[in-house]
Design a protein around this ligand. Structure first.
Ligand code: NAG
Ligand code: NAG
Ligand code: NAG
Ligand code: NAG
Ligand code: NAG
Ligand code: NAG
Length: 393
């Protein structure tokens, strides 16, 4: 006997029982309907007993309108209210807001369903500075940015309570985002990275997203950096399999079954992301939660979360290398820091071109690094002196 017919059999066997049920359920629905109807009309009568009351109710709202909802176009700068203007929607000029991380990440995760832009979109590179406090290399960066206003935006995350002292003519002016406490080595560092990404994503013109520290410097000029990043089919998130104790040694079996040992990757925190990958990172919860629970010191989420996550899901969009040069040759847990005494023309030239070749799209290039770290404040003056002759800005 077919299963479909068997299901219906009980009803067909008892036609008398079926019609009794039908009558009963009809009665129940009818009585319920009458009761609801009576209750609703009584409720409405109590509130809107007469027409005058209804009108005063409507007037109450309309008379409040001009006072409470100020004219968007005349509120100073239009920054306080989220006006329905296209300009504020596409590019928030004032970075101050009181959104929680959840609200901010949600807003930042929005992707337009329409492919064409209804405005002339010049893709920009978002330079995101993550620092505890001051940015000693700021004068070098200001020189790097000079004359390229339409092609970049800056975001700065410092510890809460710290205010950057920036002159109003600097591109860093007013670019501090609402921040929260960061303890290095914990997942709060990834939170800060996502906060920077989210604020930058709110500007629809931002196309590439670079994370930089207070000790980072640019080693090529802006047009070179811009062309390199905007023209790349891949993002630059270092991601490699380190079999040693500082690589696979930091993996926790508690991440099973979601993350297996062979998927585990390591890489530098200083990433460069396309808009697509940036949106994946601010939208993602599952793997972020695993890392926040089970990647605890001596596991550092900022060195493993993105390298592992991209390896698992978006490997084809990643170059797996970093564009930020760093010197680990001294050994130990920290890379070398270069001060004023160490800055020479040859040294800077060797970062720009070491003789090695790197893959870029489907070709090879001698330009492997666009940025470099770590530089002490004393390196600023000698670097400024080399800027025009060596770094060409
Ligand atoms: C809002 O501002 C615009 C431009 O200043 C003005 O034309 C308009 O009349 C104002 N509307 C109200 C309701 O104040
Ligand atoms: C940005 O908006 C905040 C309040 O939302 C205000 O206090 C601040 O002055 C504004 N900044 C600028 C540069 O307009
Ligand atoms: C901010 O910088 C200016 C110019 O460099 C300096 O004169 C001023 O004292 C600084 N202010 C603070 C609070 O550090
Ligand atoms: C980067 O690694 C992924 C695997 O995670 C691989 O699929 C991809 O081809 C690599 N990218 C390049 C440019 O080699
Ligand atoms: C920088 O210069 C100082 C003084 O000459 C030297 O001791 C130090 O080793 C140099 N650092 C590096 C990373 O080369
Ligand atoms: C990079 O992307 C462009 C445009 O989508 C495409 O024409 C080109 O073939 C891609 N290059 C590589 C190496 O994938």
């Amino acid at each position: 006997m077919a299963r479909g017919r068997g299901e219906r059999e009980d009803y067909e066997k008892n036609p008398g029982l079926l019609s009794l049920l039908q009558v009963l359920s009809f009665l129940v629905v009818f009585v319920a309907g009458v009761v609801i109807g009576l209750a609703t009309s009584a409720h409405i009568n109590r509130h809107f007993g007469s027409q005058t009351e209804i009108y005063s109710f409507i007037n109450h709202f309309s008379s409040n309108k001009p006072n409470e909802e100020e004219n968007c176009t005349i509120v100073q700068g239009c920054e306080k209210v989220d006006c329905l203007s296209m300009e504020t929607f596409l590019q928030p000029k004032n970075l101050t807001h009181d959104m929680s991380d959840d609200e901010l990440f949600w807003r930042a995760s929005m992707v337009p369903g329409k492919v064409e832009f209804p405005f002339e979109r010049v893709p920009k590179v978002a330079f995101m500075f993550l620092s505890r406090g001051p940015l000693p290399m700021m004068p070098l960066w200001e020189r790097f940015f000079q004359g390229h206003d339409k092609f970049f935006s800056i975001y700065v995350h410092v510890l809460p309570g710290y205010t950057l002292n920036v002159s109003s003519t600097s591109p860093f002016y007013g670019r501090q985002i609402p921040s929260q406490l960061v303890s290095w080595g914990t997942v709060t560092l990834v939170d800060a990275e996502r906060r920077l990404l989210s604020n930058a994503l709110l500007d629809f013109s931002n196309q590439r997203f670079v994370l930089l520290s207070e000790s980072c410097i640019p080693v090529y000029n802006f047009p070179t950096v811009y062309k390199y990043l905007i023209g790349s089919n891949h993002s630059f998130v270092e991601s490699y399999d380190d079999p040693g104790r500082y690589g696979r040694g930091r993996y926790s079996r508690k991440m099973l079954p979601e993350i297996e040992l062979y998927q585990w990757r390591k890489g530098s925190q200083w990433f460069e992301l396309s808009r697509t990958l940036a949106i994946y990172i601010v939208s993602e919860t599952k793997y972020y939660t695993l890392f926040s629970r089970y990647c605890l010191p001596a596991c550092y989420p900022d060195e493993h979360y993105m390298p592992t996550y991209f390896n698992m899901f978006h490997g084809s969009l990643n170059s797996n290398r970093t564009v930020t040069w760093v010197d680990w040759s001294l050994g130990g847990p920290h890379p070398a820091t270069y001060g004023g005494d160490n800055i020479t023309e040859d040294f800077v030239r060797s970062i720009r071109n070491s003789g090695a070749l790197c893959q870029y799209n489907s070709e090879m290039t001698s330009i492997c690094y666009l940025f470099a770290r770590k530089f002490a404040p004393s390196a600023l003056e000698p670097l400024l002196e080399l800027a025009s002759s060596v770094m060409e800005f």
